[in-house]
Design a protein around this ligand. Structure first.
Ligand code: ZN
Length: 296
């Protein structure tokens, strides 16, 4: 069975064909040019899809909040203007006359990791990605737990600091205002203006600036606060953490050592793993969802 997988991201649209074995064939990648808006992005994705033949279903991973039951973009921020409300499923089904599944990109990557990557030995796990914000996905019995509208897993907006920093969501003190890479950089820049990225922060620390260590240590604590909350809610057997900065051994080790001392003993049967799949997790996850929907 051939499934066309599309991964519509803010910077790139990726595409490939899968056969359900965890491999991607004929991988292609194009710039999204998202600033041109949702209708443009849809047209571009359709053109890319037309360059493939003989697929029996389409699985789409996309940026934005997705009502996965309807295949509609519920909300997309200003990075892709006029994408909110887009009926992605109907647009592609009208064009290609095959079943189409649409799911949020964080959820697709989580399904990819669960079935083909770091989560392969786990049934119940959480995927959390630290970047500009914090993305999350809940996997229960190897499937996405979506909640009533498919929107579950917005871990970035757990409130860890009531009366804290204002978040784009309108609340104060959200987890991502303290534990995202953006939050680390913001804290570092308050100390030294030249510390403008995670990479620079760690490079400068290597030169012996101990104040940077303090900033990083505080940030690791913030990461752990949120994770401890999540572990007590979901009792997962694995946490799969993503985001470039977490590949720093000091950060990974710091999260590992601090988290077990803060979790109740009865919940400590979890392991922490790094996301393994870089480019293809979203595509493979989108294809897996499409395949499963076909066989329901
Ligand atoms: Zn928020």
């Amino acid at each position: 069975m051939k499934i066309l997988a599309l991964d519509i991201g803010g910077t790139a649209i990726k595409a490939g064909i899968t056969d359900g074995t965890g491999k991607i064939f004929d991988l292609k990648e194009y710039e999204t040019n998202a600033k041109n808006g949702g209708p443009y992005v849809m047209q571009k994705a359709i053109e890319i899809a037309k360059s493939y033949e003989d697929f029996e279903a389409i699985g789409i991973s996309t940026t934005g909040q997705v009502d996965s039951k309807k295949g509609v973009i519920v909300y997309a921020n200003e990075n892709v203007p006029n994408y909110t409300g887009m009926d992605v499923k109907a647009i592609f089904e009208n064009e290609f006359h095959v079943p189409v599944s649409v799911e949020n990109d964080v959820n697709c990557a989580a399904i990819g990791e669960t079935h083909y990557g770091a989560g392969r030995n786990h049934n119940d796990l959480l995927c959390i990605t630290y970047g500009t914000g914090i993305g999350g996905a809940i996997i229960v019995n190897r499937q996405i737990y979506g909640g009533s509208k498919g929107l579950a897993g917005e871990f970035g907006h757990i409130i860890t600091h009531p009366d804290g920093k204002l978040c784009a969501c309108g609340q104060h003190g959200c987890y991502e205002q303290y534990a995202s890479t953006t939050a680390l950089v913001r804290a570092a820049k308050e100390y030294r203006e030249d510390l403008t990225s995670g990479r620079i922060i760690f490079a400068e620390w290597q030169k012996g600036d101990e104040k940077i260590k303090e900033i990083v240590d505080n940030w690791i604590d913030e990461i752990v606060f949120g994770l401890v909350t999540l572990i007590h809610i979901f009792n997962p057997s694995a946490l799969i953490l993503g985001g470039g900065i977490l590949s720093e051994p000091y950060v990974a080790d710091g999260v590992n050592t601090r988290i077990y001392s803060k979790v109740m003993d009865s919940y400590s049967n979890f392991e922490i793993a790094r996301a393994e799949m870089k480019n293809t997790a979203g595509l493979l996850g989108a294809a897996h969802i499409a395949y499963k929907n076909l066989n329901q």
